[in-house]
Ligand binder design. Structure first.
Ligand code: DON
Length: 307
């Protein structure tokens, strides 16, 4: 018998398909030019069974949705104390690209904002690691979460780099405070490569299901994160993943989630499922408008709120 889930997902997408609010990201050329009609959803169970609807094979850049996974990879490689020494775990209540550092500690407040993510990226491979080495750690690491080999889209990265004034400013601020010790331009390049890895909602649902399953990939059976690191990643996603909309998101939707300016959005229901949506038009927080609405409807219809 055909599962009723795909029909339910089709109907959910149709309810939101003609919502044209929001706008594509304007500061990354390939995102500004994205086809705003694309719409997709995928849900993965903890044994890797996927249910999808819409443009589920369409690939887009992972952008900020890379941040929790790369945080996990850095925690595994360096250990919790070394990473916590550089980047905190407190929400900022500010936009993702704010020039923000904790007033007393001089550290970025959390690894989900750009200041924290640039710092985490700079830790990969140890001090003095090359751009190519860090990019490969990122590519290979994200691939382990997805259960297939992912790649960097060089065109998206080159476009973002040309307009990367804000991230270059943040990286220089971090360098001047001694938070990062490598060349700030190289760190920005590597971080932009990280943001330019291509994924589909099917990939993101598996990546999310890996976090939902305590760090084990449901397709490959590989343990990607230890339970302790996995818990750390989910804790930070829950409190900081949606930036200055984190409180509204957790009270209304109640699913730890991470957005990206490409229009992707993924959520993790620990012990239950991973889910992801794609729709390029964004709200003022840099979150997909239709993606967030779909998450809200599914949370209400399926009782997904973790509380
Ligand atoms: O660094 C940036 O500005 C982009 N590469 C990623 C930002 C992002 O995805 C914010 N999330 N919603």
């Amino acid at each position: 018998m055909r599962s009723p889930i795909p029909d339910f997902l089709d109907a959910t997408l149709e309810r939101h398909r003609y919502d044209l609010s929001g706008a594509t990201a304007d500061y990354i050329p390939d995102l500004a030019a994205a086809d705003p009609t694309k719409l997709a959803i995928c849900i993965s169970t903890l044994d890797g069974v996927e249910y999808d609807s819409g443009d589920a094979d369409f690939e887009f850049s992972i952008q900020s949705m890379s941040k929790p996974f790369i945080y996990g990879i850095a925690l595994e490689a360096l250990g919790l104390p070394a990473v916590l020494d550089k980047v905190g775990v407190e929400p900022t209540g500010e936009a993702f690209n704010e020039l923000s550092l904790d007033k007393t500690s001089g550290k970025p407040l959390n690894p989900m904002i750009n200041a924290g993510a640039l710092t985490v990226h700079s830790l990969l491979g140890g001090e003095g690691a090359t751009l190519a080495e860090r990019t490969e750690i990122v590519r290979a690491g994200l691939s382990r979460f997805a259960g297939r080999q992912l790649r960097v889209d060089e065109h998206i990265a080159a476009g973002e780099l040309q307009e990367a004034y804000r991230n270059i400013a943040i990286a220089n601020m971090l360098r001047s405070y001694g938070v990062i010790t490598d060349d700030p331009d190289e760190v920005v390049r590597g971080y932009i490569n990280q943001c330019s890895v291509l994924v589909s909602v099917k990939d993101l649902a598996i990546m999310a299901a890996t976090l939902a399953g305590g760090g084990t990939n449901p397709l490959t059976g590989e343990r990607v994160l230890s339970p302790r690191v996995n818990r750390q990643v989910l804790g930070v996603m829950m409190t900081c993943g949606m930036y200055d909309a984190a409180g509204d998101w957790m009270t209304e939707v109640g699913v730890p989630a991470k957005s990206g300016v490409s229009g992707g959005l993924f959520g993790v229901l620990p012990g239950q499922l991973g889910m992801a949506t794609f729709s390029p038009r964004l709200d003022k927080h840099g979150t997909s408008v239709r993606g967030a609405k779909i998450f809200r409807s599914l949370s209400a219809d399926l009782g997904l709120h973790i509380m």
